[in-house]
Write a protein that binds this ligand. Structure first.
Ligand SMILES: [Cu+2]
Length: 208
């Protein structure tokens, strides 16, 4: 009878492994979304924002660059973009505007592209940005990223490769004379130090 129990055990383990695999596959159904960030003062602000983004439901991963004033997140395809942004705005003082990168942006009819986005339900404002269209939303609106892309596509605009916008590293610098007014991360060590974190790696200081 023992071998029966072993077989049953293997079957159960196999089932668990399959369920885990399915979960991973479900999680993989995401889209990369970029934001232009306003209000960050130092690299620790970027760390704070990264943490805030990662705690939002629907956001699977996030990386923020203080230098580039940019946040890149991996968002569930079906997530409501607006409620994700609003959740972030509730917890940290940085403002996010969606950046829609458009292929061949230098040569397309930018005015038409901006107008197309402006007409999407839930969009408050759309304007030109050097890399694409900058979008803000009406409060409590419901907008999915895919809908914006589909609307642009129907008007003849293709969103460019978001992978290019992916920021792979979060780096931050601490200085002993520095105290940021909005993130309240001061430096306790005597020497300024600079360190980098790979994506997904957990950090070494309280700001990480
Ligand atoms: Cu700061």
């Amino acid at each position: 009878m023992r071998w029966l129990a072993v077989i049953a055990g293997i079957a159960v383990l196999g089932g668990v492994a399959m369920a885990q695999k399915q979960e991973r596959q479900q999680k993989a159904k995401a889209t990369i979304v970029a934001f232009v960030v306003d209000g960050m003062h130092c690299d620790n602000c970027a760390v704070n924002l990264t943490r805030a983004l990662k705690s939002v439901g629907g956001i699977q991963d996030a990386s923020v660059s203080f230098k580039e004033k940019r946040a890149v997140v991996k968002l569930d395809e079906k997530a409501n973009l607006v409620s994700a942004i609003e959740q972030v705005h509730k917890t940290v003082p940085y403002r996010l505007a969606l950046l829609l990168p458009i292929e061949n942006w230098a040569n397309v009819d930018r005015g038409k592209a901006v107008k197309t986005v402006k007409e999407v339900k839930g969009v408050l404002e759309a304007k030109e940005h050097e890399q694409g269209i900058l979008v803000t939303f009406q409060p409590k609106a419901s907008v999915r990223y895919q809908d914006l892309i589909a609307t642009l596509s129907r008007a003849g605009f293709k969103s460019s490769d978001h992978q290019k916008l992916n920021i792979h590293q979060t780096s931050h610098q601490h200085r002993n004379d520095h105290q940021c007014e909005c993130c309240e991360e001061g430096e306790k060590s005597a020497q300024p130090r600079h360190h980098q974190h790979e994506r997904g790696e957990s950090g070494c200081c309280s700001g990480c």
